[in-house]
Write a protein that binds this ligand. Structure first.
Ligand code: AVI
Length: 334
């Protein structure tokens, strides 16, 4: 089935075009709403959470293995070197709450070092991702209670009650994913986390400020995996929303914004063009961008300051020999 739509041409007149009717799945409606809102703004910008469909998650797993992308291997090496210390700090019979059911590689290191952990609560917006994480861990940690929680941890959420034998609740937020929040969002996250845990601690992965060249290559890898990850957002819109982004007319751009202390990722329009998303039409000028991600970098001091402002109390910091990454212990007082 087709319908006729009017598109404003580059010459400024209206062209009727035939568009195939496309039915959008119910699950894709929040993406549709966010994409349309993003493209309607004078400065186009969208939340990076929409990167992570199945293909985006697979591309992100490949990013984590890239020689230029140091955060994952550095954080894993910190965990491996200091698992004993961290486990001692956490203590026996702990409950571990992880934000985002990631690759499980990191939490496995932590769980394996702990003395009789009681429960593991991975929180993720994708139930499918959570189920596969839980199944994979069940086999390895037989006595561990795994209680996945489907929730958007960027919004309000609540934890199930702890069992009476749980001694301490520790939230684990690795990967420097906190850097993908704006600083006000990061503060809000810390406040919500403290409120939801009641008392306990947060073990937080933070990518530290470093030479811009290192940061630049981490987000501009030679194999083009990060570019594919960025462009997958438009492919996802074509697949799920029936949008008509012409991928070859957009380019990946990532650069360090020094005053804001963040990597910015954008998709740059190569020409003046019109794009349809759902029933709405949007115009890109040549060189205009869709801002797809911020990845804020912190010093230990700046993250400690933010944590203190949110009522958390800084404890030990575990780092790597090059001081590229930090794992920060933040106490959450009762
Ligand atoms: C998930 N997050 C911490 C990654 C980062 O480094 O900001 C996402 C990413 N974007 C491009 N490469 C990796």
């Amino acid at each position: 089935m087709t319908r006729v739509e009017e598109i404003k041409s580059s010459a400024g007149y209206i062209e009727p075009v035939q568009v195939a009717a496309f039915s959008i799945a119910h699950d894709a409606l929040p993406f549709l709403a966010d994409m349309q809102a993003a493209l309607a703004q004078p400065v186009k910008s969208i939340s990076p959470k929409h990167f992570y469909d199945a293909r985006g998650s697979a591309l992100f797993d490949r990013i984590c293995e890239l020689p230029e992308y140091y955060p994952t291997r550095t954080e894993v090496s910190i965990l491996q070197s200091h698992a004993g210390d961290i486990a001692q700090r956490i203590g026996p019979h702990a409950e571990i709450i992880e934000f985002g059911a990631g690759s499980l590689r990191k939490v496995r290191i932590l769980l394996a070092a702990l003395d009789a952990p009681e429960r593991y609560v991975p929180i993720d917006i994708s139930g499918e991702h959570l189920r596969s994480s839980a199944d994979a861990l069940h086999a390895e940690f037989a006595g561990l209670d795994i209680a996945p929680l489907v929730a958007d941890y960027t919004q309000e959420w609540a934890l199930p009650a702890t069992s009476t034998s749980t001694r301490r609740r520790v939230a684990f937020f690795p990967g420097s994913t906190i850097g993908n929040f704006t600083p006000p969002e990061a503060r809000q996250f810390l406040i919500r986390c403290a409120r939801a845990l009641g008392a306990g601690a947060l073990l937080l992965g933070v990518d530290r400020i470093k030479h811009p060249d290192i940061l630049h290559s981490a987000y501009n890898d030679a194999q083009g995996v990060t570019a594919a990850f960025n462009l997958n957002l438009l492919e996802r819109a074509n697949r799920e929303l029936g949008a008509n982004f012409k991928l070859h007319q957009f380019a990946h751009s990532a650069f360090y914004n020094a005053p804001q202390q963040r990597i910015e990722m954008h998709l740059v329009s190569a020409c003046h063009q019109n794009v349809r998303v759902g029933d709405a039409l949007f115009c890109f000028e040549e060189g205009e961008t869709l801002h797809t991600e911020n990845s804020h970098k912190y010093t230990i001091d700046s993250m400690h300051r933010m944590a203190r402002d949110c009522g958390l109390v800084p404890g030990p910091v575990w780092t790597d020999p090059l001081h590229a990454f930090g794992l920060l212990w933040l106490d959450i007082p009762a």
